[in-house]
Design a protein around this ligand. Structure first.
Ligand SMILES: [Ca+2]
Length: 300
């Protein structure tokens, strides 16, 4: 793990997507955070010791999904499947498929395995799976504020974890998607899917893969906007966490938590989200081939 000395910072961004606004001041105390996402090797050790079965490996309970096609109530997970040409980007079914048998052990479904991926981030973990691993490791999940503070690496207000330029000197500094999503992957960074953790340069705090590779779960519930600054300077929120209360909207059956960092599927032309301020809400029962996590540890 890497020690992150606390501080006050401007969280969010006014320059990209609405859910990152408004920029607001936040203070976090010092904390430890995993230097890289949890790897397949680390997750395998956890499963061997505990016999833990991930959500993707269990059959969904029909009562929890009254609207679902019973044929789909089998163990499985969402797998990215590239299109063969340009598709309607408004319909995610053009590149996501629920694949029976897909799980952290079989990232593309039955027949796929983890060979040569031991040092890649574990994927196909739902929020509860990440929590279970963290509890086993004696750790916790980072809050969104901690995660973003760590991702910024000390660069106040920069667009990316390394500065303001997408690819300085043409160099790819994270595992993202170059080309037209979801069919033309130019592989300028060398990886079509996940990459071994640490394959790309660390940020200013020595952390790897805070941008791209896999999205990472945080402990916060998702709200579609940040809270604005407090009216008085005395009241900068300290260690904020949207986790005490469930902030679900009335139409949301499944609560959503914040994921951060973007993934190998983030293409600037479609989803410029491999940035510290970027955020998405993900349903807690969802697992995919591009979401993983890392843990945090707070003194005391
Ligand atoms: Ca890539």
């Amino acid at each position: 793990m890497t020690w992150i000395a606390g501080g006050t910072f401007a969280m969010g961004s006014a320059d990209f997507y609405p859910e990152e606004r408004p920029v607001h001041q936040v203070a976090v105390d010092g904390f430890w955070i995993d230097t890289a996402p949890v790897t397949v090797t680390q997750f395998r050790r956890f499963v061997k010791q505990t016999g833990y079965v991930t959500l993707a490996e269990r059959a969904p309970v029909a009562a929890d999904y009254p609207a679902a096609d019973p044929a789909l109530l089998v163990p499985g997970s969402l797998v990215f499947q590239p299109a063969t040409g340009p598709v309607d980007l408004r319909d995610v079914r053009n590149w996501w498929a629920y694949v029976p048998g897909a799980s952290w052990r079989h990232p593309e479904g039955p027949g796929s395995d983890l060979s040569r991926r031991d040092q890649h981030p574990v994927t196909h973990v739902a929020f509860g799976d990440a929590l279970a691993y963290a509890a086993w490791a004696g750790k916790e999940l980072p809050t969104e504020a901690e995660w973003e503070f760590a991702a910024r690496g000390g660069l106040a207000g920069a667009a990316f974890a390394w500065g303001d330029e997408l690819a300085p000197g043409g160099e790819q500094l994270a595992n993202t998607w170059q080309g037209e999503f979801p069919w033309q992957n130019l592989l300028l960074d060398g990886y079509a899917g996940t990459s071994p953790v640490g394959a790309f340069t660390a940020n200013g705090y020595g952390l790897h893969d805070m941008a791209g590779n896999v999205w990472e779960w945080t402990s916060d519930y998702f709200r579609s906007r940040h809270q604005p600054d407090a009216a008085k300077a005395c009241c900068v929120p300290r260690n904020p966490r949207v986790g005490a209360e469930d902030v679900r909207g009335p139409a949301e059956q499944i609560p959503r938590r914040v994921i951060k960092g973007g993934s190998h599927l983030c293409a600037p032309s479609y989803c410029l989200r491999f940035r510290p301020a970027a955020r998405q809400g993900e349903a807690v029962d969802t697992s995919t081939s591009h979401i993983g996590f890392r843990c945090a540890l707070r003194p005391g």
